[in-house]
Design a protein around this ligand. Structure first.
Ligand code: CO
Ligand code: CO
Length: 351
């Protein structure tokens, strides 16, 4: 593989000083950082920070809007090209989650001044560029900064017709909720970093993380849905909570229907949850999420596990659910499952 050109590469994940340092700022902390900023009063701005959506959206004309997003983070796997592919798939996902079509990207990277071969950075960038090509786009610029911890990601620009924009803030009471990828990438990558699982055992999570959400998004936009987001650092319950709050509804989640990677529960039992996952669970409890006694502690952890390049979480009318599942199945999105439904009562219960 690509690694053959790199003489004894150091384990990239071991260069990260603190697992979780590069995880998302907690949403309550983010609220403090963003407080009191000047109001956004430009009518061309269709989506901004207030609804915690996946990307900002700016209308250029009545039938054309730009979708803009950025994401970058420290290595979560050791193979540099794989890290690049995962980071690119993760960044581009926010365009898909808005119902958009990616147009182009620019890269953002940090790299240590010494101790890491430039071939490693090259392999990361090449992996990310390959994944961007798979999404049908080019990486047309970027910026690098010296930093003791390597980081890589993309700022991605996409387009969408304003009428086909899929927000996270427009779920309706009685919608069904569909999740398109299994949960557990945070647990898997943390367990691998601690040598609790092998590269082989990590592979199912890697395969999922480097899979673009393009096919899932095409199925979603072909059917037409009420709302969507993608599941990343705040975990399923965190991103669900943002969607519900922005939409003014609640939800009942059927925990047994949520797709999970094979080892997710056992890794949660073995305390492999990264810091971000633990913070997500604490926040879910502070926000009043009610777990039935039948939902085990490890399962609660998995439902809050901080994901990288996770699936789409889609809210749609009941009668569109079968067509969506058929379209997802036809597109090869095998894990897609109905995981619950939204409620008029604005609370979240997990049974
Ligand atoms: Co997102
Ligand atoms: Co993002």
């Amino acid at each position: 593989m690509e690694q053959s050109t790199i003489a004894a590469p150091p384990r990239l994940t071991q260069l990260v000083n603190c697992a979780g340092c590069a995880s998302k700022m907690e949403s309550d902390v983010l609220a403090l950082v963003l407080r009191g900023l000047p109001a956004i009063d430009d009518e061309r701005i269709l989506v901004a920070t207030s609804t915690r959506d996946d990307a900002g959206v700016f209308a250029l004309s009545p039938d054309l809007a730009l979708v803009e997003t950025v994401d970058f983070f420290t290595p979560i796997v050791d193979d540099p090209a794989t890290f690049g592919r995962i980071s690119a798939a993760n960044a581009i996902s926010d365009i898909y989650a808005m119902g958009g079509e990616p147009l182009f990207a620019v890269a953002i990277a940090t790299f240590p001044e010494s101790g890491l071969d430039l071939d490693v950075l090259h392999a990361i960038v090449r992996g990310g560029t390959e994944k961007a090509r798979e999404a049908g786009i080019h990486v047309i610029g970027g910026h690098t900064v010296k930093d003791p911890e390597p980081k890589y990601g993309l700022a991605v620009t996409g387009r969408v017709h304003p009428r086909r924009l899929v927000r996270n803030s427009t779920a309706k009471a009685g919608d069904m909720l569909v999740l398109t990828k299994p949960l557990g990438t945070g647990l898997y990558t943390t367990a691998r970093r601690r040598d609790i699982i092998s590269e082989d055992e990590l592979q199912e999570a890697v395969d999922s993380m480097q899979t673009l959400n393009r096919a899932a998004a095409q199925a979603m936009t072909s059917v037409g849905v009420d709302a969507a987001t993608d599941v990343t650092g705040f975990g399923l319950l965190g991103h669900l909570g943002q969607m519900l709050t922005a939409s003014g509804v609640g939800a009942r989640i059927d925990a047994a229907s949520v797709p999970l990677f094979d080892l997710a529960i056992s890794l949660a039992e073995r305390d492999c949850a990264p810091g971000g996952t633990k913070a997500n669970l604490a926040l879910a409890l502070r926000n009043g999420v009610r777990f039935a006694d039948s939902v085990s502690d490890p399962l609660r952890v998995v439902l809050c596990d901080a994901q990288t390049s996770g699936g789409l979480l889609i809210a749609l009318p009941q009668e569109k659910t079968a067509p969506l599942l058929d379209a997802l199945d036809a597109a090869g999105v095998a894990a897609a499952s109905v995981i619950g439904m939204t409620t008029a009562e604005p609370s979240v219960s997990v049974g």
